[in-house]
Design a protein around this ligand. Structure first.
Ligand code: SF4
Length: 282
């Protein structure tokens, strides 16, 4: 069996940076309670590891006390929440990915006189954060089909932005549709991050050479789910798994070449476990 492992599989810059900040906070504030607002990244194994170090992922601010530390996750948080944490008196460590921050800033600027059309997943924390930077004056859609159903007013001004981990191919189709409708000067904020674009491109290349592709990452990780979608568009069989113990002999029987890729929040050790599991089943 031939295994092709994606060079771009695993942690992106934003995730690595967020975890570095959390590690530093654990060392610096060893006597304090450390919270993250939502999981620091979308990977259950990583979140479990930090839970053992005493880091607690919370969804609301009510339990935060002035002596606590709050680490803002890689996806960012809605704008108003910073102020609320400050009011609690807690130490804030902002681990928002710089690329998400840049998208937030751009959206804030453009939404001064335009309405945001945001290509993304409505319930994703990054999307909620981005929308808050448009003073919540925006519409979120997760596909070109959904966008077509939105009744856009020809007398109003809009602009387009994207969740950082969305599919580039569909984004470009959306750009085309909006430029056809509103003219070539329609403002586009290309906020899809390079890490996502290059990883998706590599996954397609791997899929073309493979009989099966295994995509590794949290089921709650949007970028991992989309990576699996991108692979499936090539027609190559694909499994999205969270850990090596989800691989069974039947899944790989008769496959000569197996590709492996992983989402931006998947740690290296899990990718290695998957590779070893495949080798053990040869
Ligand atoms: S995928 Fe891109 S935007 Fe998202 S955390 Fe990683 S580097 Fe940042």
């Amino acid at each position: 069996m031939n295994i092709i492992r994606g060079k771009r599989a695993g942690f992106c810059m934003g995730v690595a940076l967020a975890l570095k900040k959390l590690d530093e906070a654990i060392l610096k504030y060893s006597s304090k309670k450390i919270y993250t607002l939502g999981p620091i990244i979308h990977n259950p194994q990583v979140v479990d590891k930090y839970a053992k170090d005493g880091v607690v992922a919370i969804e609301d601010l009510s339990i935060i006390k002035p002596e606590d530390v709050v680490v803002v996750r890689a996806h960012g948080i809605p704008r108003g929440l910073y102020k609320k944490i400050e009011e609690k008196g807690a130490v804030i460590i902002d681990a928002t990915c710089p690329k998400v921050k840049k998208a937030q800033r751009l959206i804030e600027k453009y939404s001064l006189d335009r309405i945001l059309l945001l290509y993304g997943e409505k319930d994703h924390p990054e999307v909620k954060g981005l929308l808050s930077h448009a003073q919540n004056k925006g519409m979120v859609f997760s596909s070109i089909e959904e966008l077509k159903k939105i009744d856009l007013d020809p007398f109003k001004s809009y602009f387009l932005a994207s969740q950082t981990t969305q599919q580039r191919q569909e984004f470009m189709e959306i750009v085309k549709l909006l430029k056809n409708k509103f003219g070539k000067d329609f403002p586009i904020l290309d906020t899809i991050c390079d890490a996502t674009r290059l990883r998706q491109q590599e996954a397609i290349e791997i899929a073309k050479k493979s009989d099966l592709v295994i995509v590794i990452g949290g089921y709650n990780s949007g970028n991992t789910r989309r990576l699996a979608q991108v692979v499936r568009t090539t027609g190559t069989e694909c499994y999205h798994i969270q850990s090596a113990d989800e691989i069974f002999p039947d899944m790989i029987r008769g496959k000569n070449t197996i590709g492996i890729t992983a989402g931006a929040s998947t740690p290296e050790f899990i990718i290695e476990q998957v590779e070893r599991r495949l080798q053990s089943l040869e």
